[in-house]
Design a protein. Structure first.
Length: 60
């Protein structure tokens, strides 16, 4: 999906700007699975990245 490509680009940009350690990222929604976020994107991002099924779960 296009949205997963954009997410990877955004995480790479945060890394490049040295912001990853300052800003944790929560990702989720229909386009993503927990495994994709916690394995693939976690390995890419130099900061903390977490999965939430939806916005309600992210706020809990």
């Amino acid at each position: 999906m296009k949205s997963t490509v954009i997410m990877k680009e955004n995480l790479a940009e945060l890394n490049a700007r040295g912001l990853a350690e300052r800003f944790p990222v929560i990702l989720g929604g229909a386009a993503l699975t927990r495994a994709y976020v916690e394995q693939d994107l976690h390995d890419l991002y130099q900061g903390e990245v977490r999965y939430a099924r939806d916005a309600f779960e992210a706020c809990a």
